[in-house]
Design a binder for this molecule. Structure first.
Ligand code: MRU
Length: 373
């Protein structure tokens, strides 16, 4: 996608294979900075500190982290150690496990001398696949937006609400929830996006708003609690969100607050869609509420907030009384019954066990696949 009119992906390998480059998302929307990553610990830190974030991009970064590890020491012990280090960074997005397992399977079958080159090639193929999956989601999701437009009598813009950032910054390119939006925008459709700020880290206000602005997509930032009110007043035609882990029965684990949006959408008859590329589907678990691992992040993300002063410096200030406790679960689970449909790379399907099994029969045939390392 574009930054100041120039095409970028969120991650790429340098030609000499000595490092990878990422866009530092902790500096956005105030500063656009490219950062170099030269080894697996640096890749792990970038994921844990959320310089890169979003389920697909976490997976791709981890894959490149393994490739970098193989450059310095291609032994099997180091392959295992790098996978374990990277897996421990963030627990919820299943893409991380999926990408690491894919790297481990591919590289452990090779002699150590071949692992570095093969590692970069395989990480790059995972990145390319992510782009293709997101673009396919865009094409399928575009049909949903067109259908919503056909239903509107007044010819006004289609209002889509999204939560967190499931945009191109969360993937390699296109995004998942945003891919249909970018496709519709490119097709000349009139759109308007309600962007949830997404406390506590404000991925919506900082990242989704930034990337939509870069692409000229009309949007308005709202506080997280405004969505239900807007739905009651007919101001939301469609909700599209991302997913960090969709279970075999269609429950969706995504950024904290997604569940409340799904409840409000159900109560108001607003279609609630989840853009779900297959690497984010975990066929090894069924009941998301009981089984999906939910990351708890630092209370400081709740008690403090970052912003940019007039001098361009990013500063962190306290919001809450010193000494008041804060709790910071980073994800929640939206039960399948609240999900109108999953937008996958193979089409829009119902969020239930049989539809998922029918769409991805080869995945169901490999139970336990996400239990690795
Ligand atoms: O904590 P984050 O910013 O990594 O959370 C991101 C989300 O919840 C996204 O909706 C999800 O990863 C899908 S990204 C295409």
């Amino acid at each position: 996608m574009r930054v100041e009119g120039k095409a970028f992906t969120t991650i790429w390998a340098e030609a000499d294979g000595a490092s990878i480059k990422i866009i530092d998302q902790t500096r956005l929307p105030h500063h656009f900075e490219i950062v170099s990553i030269a080894d697996a610990p640096a890749a792990a830190r970038a994921i844990a500190d959320m310089q890169v974030r979003g389920a697909p991009l976490i997976g791709v970064t981890a894959a490149y982290g393994v490739a970098l590890a193989m450059r310095s020491d291609p032994s099997t012990a180091n392959l295992e150690a790098a996978c374990a280090l990277l897996k421990a960074t963030r627990p919820t997005a299943v893409n991380l496990q999926w990408a690491l397992e894919s790297m481990r399977c591919r590289l452990s079958a090779l002699p150590p001398a071949e692992r570095a080159a093969a590692g970069f090639a395989h990480a790059s193929s995972i990145a390319q696949e992510d782009i293709a999956l997101c673009e396919a989601i865009g094409d399928h999701g575009l049909c949903l937006i067109e259908a919503a437009a056909a239903k509107r009598k007044d010819g006004g813009p289609i209002n889509i609400l999204t939560h967190c950032n499931a945009g191109w910054l969360a993937t390699v390119d296109w995004g998942t929830a945003t891919a249909p939006i970018y496709k519709a925008h490119e097709a000349g459709m009139a759109l308007h996006i309600w962007v949830d700020e997404t406390r506590p880290r404000n991925q919506g206000a900082s990242l989704t708003a930034w990337e939509l602005k870069q692409h000229g997509v009309p949007h308005t930032i709202i506080v997280d609690n405004a969505g239900g009110h807007l739905m009651q007043h007919g101001k939301v035609d469609l909700v599209i969100v991302g997913t960090d882990r969709t279970t075999a029965s269609g429950d969706v684990c995504n950024k904290i607050g997604t569940y409340l949006k799904a409840l409000a959408a159900k109560d108001n008859g607003v279609p609630f869609f989840v853009a779900a590329p297959s690497p984010s589907i975990d066929f090894a678990i069924g009941d998301g509420v009981a089984e999906a691992p939910i990351e708890t992040r630092s209370p400081e993300e709740v008690t403090h907030i970052a912003g940019c002063g007039e001098d361009g410096r990013i500063e962190v200030v306290r919001l809450t009384p010193a000494g008041s406790a804060a709790h910071n679960p980073a994800f929640d689970v939206t039960p399948a019954r609240l999900v109108t449909g999953l937008i996958t790379e193979r089409g829009v399907i119902e969020a239930n066990r049989s539809a998922l099994a029918k769409a991805f029969p080869e995945r169901v045939a490999r139970p336990g696949e996400s239990r690795m390392i």
